[in-house]
Design a binder for this molecule. Structure first.
Ligand SMILES: Cc1cc2nc3c(=O)[nH]c(=O)nc-3n(C[C@H](O)[C@H](O)[C@H](O)COP(=O)(O)OP(=O)(O)OC[C@H]3O[C@@H](n4cnc5c(N)ncnc54)[C@H](O)[C@@H]3O)c2cc1C
Length: 358
C-alpha cells in the first residue's frame, strides 16, 4: 500500500521547531539551560521530548473513505504531527504525551479538486475539517478540538500546494499557491529580482495561506506591517463553492471580500491562491541600533521617527529585559533598531535624519 505523507523533501519534526535532522545538539541544550539559570535563577533539568514510539495514541474513529484514499491516512505518525501548533501550552501537552485532540484523519491536498473532495465527503460524514498550513499557529487554530457535535476530525495539510504559478514583473506581483512556505516562495522570486519581504519570526516554516489566514505581521514591518498590505486578490475554496476576488491595483467599490477572508483562520474556507504585491530586492541599505538609558525617551524617538514621514523599513524597540535576553545591553538600556532600505536610491539621508531625531 502506498504510504500517504507530505510531498515535502524535508519532514517537519514531530516536536519543536524545524525539520527532521534539525534537532538541538546537547551543547545547544546546555547553553539554553545556562541562559535560563543566569536570567531567571532557579534549577533546571533537561528533559528530552517523547519519541513517536513512546506516545500512546487513541484509535482513530474513522476509516479512510474510498474517495480520499489516494491522499488521506489515519496513520498514527501523521495524526500525531497534526495535533498541535507551536504555542508554549502545546509543547507542555506534547511533553506530557497528551494527544487527546489528535485528528482522526490527515489528508495531503495536492490540488483544489482534492480539497473539494474532502469537503464533499466531510459534509456527509459530519466531520470537521481543519486547514493546516505551515503548522506554526500559536493560537490553537490547528488543534482539532471541535466539541462533541462532530463524528470526527480531519486535518487538511496544504503543504502540497506549493508552487509560484505566475510572476508579473511589470506590476511586481506573483500568483502563489496557499501552501507554499515562505523560503520556497522567496527562492522562486529571487531570480526575478523580486521579494515579498514579509518576515514574521516564523517565516522559515509559515505558509502564505496560513499567514493570510492569521493576518501575520512581519519584521522590517514599519512601512508594510501586515500581510494585508501585500494581498492583491484571493482564491478560496469553501464548502459552498469558490470565492475569487479580481486582481486590481486598487478598488473602492464596496466592501472588500479579501478583508473578510484575511484573518479568518480557516473558518470560511481554504485559501488556495493569492496574488501578492512584491517589491524589488533592496540594494541600498542602512541599519543601526541606538541605545537609550531611558525607556520613555526611546518610545518618544520611535514615535517621532514614525510620524516624520521617513518610512523606515524597520523601527523596533527592545525594552531592557528583551534586549538583555537577546544579549544586548546591560539590562538597563533600551535599544531601538533602525533600518532603511530601497532598490532605487541611497537611503543615508533618511537614516541621518532619523538619528538626528533619536
Ligand atoms: C516561533 C514563532 C514565531 C512567530 N512569529 C510571528 C510573527 O512575527 N508575526 C506573526 O504574525 N505571527 C507569528 N507567529 C505565529 C504564526 O507563525 C503565524 O500566525 C503564521 O502566519 C501562521 O502561518 P502558518 O502557515 O504556519 O499557519 P498554520 O499555523 O498552519 O495555520 C494558522 C491558522 O490558519 C489556518 N490556515 C492555514 N492555512 C490556511 C489556508 N491556506 N487557508 C485558510 N486557512 C488556513 C489554520 O487552520 C489555522 O487556523 C509565530 C509563531 C511561532 C511559533
Amino acid at each position: 500500500m502506498e504510504k500517504i505523507a507530505s510531498i515535502e523533501k524535508r519532514r517537519p519534526k514531530l516536536i519543536g521547531w524545524g525539520f527532521e535532522g534539525d534537532e538541538m545538539t546537547s551543547s545547544e541544550r546546555e547553553m539554553v539551560m545556562q541562559r535560563c539559570c543566569d536570567r531567571f535563577g532557579g534549577d533546571y533539568e533537561i528533559r528530552l521530548p517523547p519519541t513517536e514510539d513512546e506516545i500512546e495514541l487513541h484509535a482513530s474513529r474513522l476509516a479512510v473513505p474510498n474517495t480520499l484514499a489516494r491522499f488521506a491516512t489515519n496513520a498514527d505518525s501523521e495524526r500525531l504531527r497534526h495535533t498541535y501548533g507551536m504555542a508554549f501550552p502545546d509543547y507542555v501537552r506534547i511533553f506530557d504525551q497528551d494527544f487527546t485532540p489528535a485528528p482522526d484523519l490527515v489528508a495531503y491536498a495536492r490540488s483544489e479538486a482534492d480539497i473539494e473532495a474532502v469537503f464533499e465527503w466531510a459534509e456527509g460524514a459530519n466531520v470537521a475539517v481543519i486547514p493546516w498550513g505551515g503548522g506554526t499557529s500559536v493560537a490553537r487554530g490547528l488543534e482539532p478540538d471541535v466539541g462533541g457535535s462532530f463524528d470526527g476530525t480531519l486535518s487538511l495539510d496544504l503543504t502540497g500546494l506549493n508552487t509560484v504559478m505566475e510572476i508579473d514583473k511589470t506590476s511586481r506581483a506573483a500568483r502563489v499557491q496557499g501552501g507554499i512556505r515562505v523560503p520556497a516562495m522567496e527562492a522562486a522570486l529571487k531570480p526575478n529580482g523580486l521579494t515579498l519581504r514579509h518576515f514574521p519570526q516564523s517565516f522559515e516554516m509559515a505558509s502564505i495561506g496560513g499567514m493570510i489566514a492569521t493576518r501575520s505581521g512581519g519584521h522590517f514591518a514599519t512601512l508594510y506591517t501586515h500581510i494585508d498590505d501585500f494581498v492583491e486578490s484571493l482564491r478560496t475554496i469553501t464548502p459552498r463553492g469558490i470565492v475569487e476576488s479580481r486582481r486590481l491595483p486598487g478598488s473602492g467599490a464596496g466592501p472588500s471580500p479579501d478583508r473578510m477572508l484575511i484573518g479568518s483562520e480557516g473558518s470560511l474556507g481554504i485559501i488556495t491562491e493569492a496574488w501578492l504585491r512584491l517589491q524589488e530586492r533592496p540594494t541600498y541599505r542602512s541599519g543601526t541600533a541606538v541605545l537609550f538609558n531611558n525607556l520613555q525617551q526611546a518610545v518618544d524617538a520611535v514615535r517621532v521617527i514614525c510620524q516624520a514621514g521617513l518610512y523606515p523599513a524597520n523601527v523596533r524597540l527592545l525594552d531592557p529585559a528583551e534586549a538583555k535576553n537577546n544579549s544586548f545591553g546591560d539590562g538597563r538600556q533600551t535599544i531601538v533598531v533602525l533600518a532603511f532600505e530601497n532598490a532605487d536610491h541611497p537611503v543615508d539621508p533618511w537614516m541621518d535624519r532619523a538619528l538626528e531625531i533619536a
